[in-house]
Design a protein around this ligand. Structure first.
Ligand code: ATP
Ligand code: MG
Length: 468
């Protein structure tokens, strides 16, 4: 397959015809192939029809709602139907909350309206380049997978921060047991990585780890997916199917997005967990299954129980051990190691010659609030590698923008304090070499001296006496 001649396919969604018109004009001129949609329904129909390299969707649809809820629902559905499709959202200028929420829910980036043509094109092109490269990569990977079928490689889980150490300890301690583990944490914190690490640390590691997304399956599909069916069990059942529970026999079943499972389905799963027995749809034969259960959610299950959306008995069955993954903003010490890990991966993937990060880039990474957690960091690094022109990744290559006070994490600091800390760190790292520190910070020597005075810092980074 040759992707070099691929025309980028863009899906545009907005309920306002004039917005669509303007975007269509802009993007047609750039040689993109455009499909437009005016409602969430049309968007979902379009993605069923064909593959896109990127989707740019508005967050508000009916004219009199500004809550953005429709757009966020649409985002969730797009993420579910094709997690590899990069989704960019458009928000009205000033409504940063919606953008932050969208990033947390897996949007790759956001554009504020009215948009800046140059920036919009740059953002789109970056995502298209990434998604085309990733698709090609996925194909190669599938091929490799077939070649070394059977080899089980333990996932890499990076974390040495105070916040992550207990997590690693629990994995080591309960991994080898058959205890049910519930992994909780915000989007992108690494719940799936932890599930794989648990399986790899278990005595079942030579047996399969079967993943099922527990949300979004209709009742009929759900049963046949989990429990299987016999030929002729229902009209479309032309052949028999083995369900996930059976596939995971003697291995691990990973039920992801657990809180999204409807109550009726929860009851069915609970029964199998309690008895270790199931019936394929349309069959009266009892099948015994032995699975170790790992579940994940980003919801607060205790709250779901109180509000009647989640069965209490199922909660007790799944949370023998709970691993709560801290958000990335609470483990900033890990950022550098994670960034290096992702950088390595991208370098290998794209065969780029990149030496590493400039210290200003590291500082920017450390100070970003990371609403999208580790996944966002991974995307930022991939994008930075594609954006970088030199040997080193510069702070600008990261494209990290201020998210504004409404969107910032509680522990985000005022700019002034961030600057002070960055300078302190640079001086400490260069052991008081002002020229070198200035270089790392992208400042001239005299500009750095001026800032030392303003922040009352000595040249070794310690707090100086103010001598007025
Ligand atoms: N500690 C880590 N070390 C290395 N890679 C990590 C780590 N945590 C997360 N990742 C990577 O970050 C990305 C997101 O992680 P993952 O899919 O496990 O998150 P998640 O919590 O399941 O997110 P979601 O709630 O959106 O499903 C993955 O590519 C994963 O490999
Ligand atoms: Mg996940």
């Amino acid at each position: 397959m040759n992707s070099s001649a691929a025309i980028p396919r863009v899906l545009l969604a907005d309920d306002q015809e004039d917005v669509l018109q303007a975007l269509r004009l802009l993007l047609k001129g750039e040689g993109f192939s455009i499909t437009t949609a005016q409602s969430p329904v049309e968007v979902l129909a379009a993605v069923k029809e064909r593959d896109f390299d990127v989707a740019l969707i508005d967050l508000n649809y009916s004219r009199d709602t500004t809550s953005g809820v429709e757009g966020l629902d649409l985002l969730a559905q797009l993420r579910k139907s094709d997690p590899s499709l990069p989704v960019l959202v458009m928000t009205a200028w000033g409504s940063v909350d919606g953008a932050v929420e969208a990033l947390q829910r897996g949007a790759r980036d956001y554009i504020t309206k009215p948009w800046d043509n140059e920036r919009l094109l740059l953002t789109l092109r970056t995502q298209i380049e990434l998604s085309q490269a990733l698709r090609q990569r996925a194909r190669l990977e599938q091929e490799n997978e077939r070649l070394r079928a059977g080899a089980s490689d333990a996932p890499i889980l990076i974390g040495n921060s105070a916040a992550m150490r207990p997590v690693l300890e629990v994995i080591e301690r309960v991994g080898p047991s058959d205890a049910s583990v519930l992994v909780t944490g915000e989007h992108g914190t690494g719940k799936e990585v932890v599930a794989r690490a648990l399986h790899a640390a278990s005595l079942r590691r030579e047996r399969p780890l079967v993943t099922v997304n527990a949300g979004g399956l209709s009742d009929g599909v759900f049963e046949s997916e989990l429990f299987g069916h016999v030929k002729g069990a229902f009209t479309d059942a032309k052949t028999a199917r083995v369900g996930s529970f059976e596939l995971a026999h003697e291995g691990t079943l990973f039920l992801d997005e657990l809180a999204n499972m409807p109550l009726a389905q929860q009851a069915k799963v609970l029964r199998v967990l309690q008895t270790g027995e199931l019936h394929r749809l349309g069959s009266s034969r009892t099948v015994m299954v032995d699975v170790r259960l790992i579940t994940a959610t980003n919801a607060d299950l205790a709250k779901e129980v109180t509000e009647g959306r989640f069965r209490e008995d199922l909660l007790y069955r799944v949370n023998t051990v709970e691993i709560a993954l801290p958000p990335l903003r609470d483990r900033r010490e890990d950022i550098e190691a994670l960034a290096a890990h992702f950088l390595n991966g991208v370098i290998r993937r794209y065969r780029r010659e990149v030496a590493g990060f400039r210290s200003a880039a590291i500082t920017a990474l450390r100070n970003h609030p990371w609403p999208g957690n580790v996944r966002e960091l991974q995307h930022v690094i991939e994008r930075a590698v594609l954006m970088s022109r030199g040997e080193w990744i510069e702070a600008e290559d990261l494209g990290l923008r201020e998210v504004g006070p409404e969107g910032s994490a509680e522990n985000e600091l005022p700019l002034e304090e961030l600057e002070r800390r960055a300078i302190k760190r640079a001086l400490q790292r260069t052991k008081g070499n002002v020229s070198l520190a200035a270089d790392h910070l992208g400042l001239s020597r005299s500009a750095l001296y001026r800032r030392l005075e303003r922040h009352a810092l000595a040249t070794d980074g310690s707090d100086a006496e103010r001598n007025e």
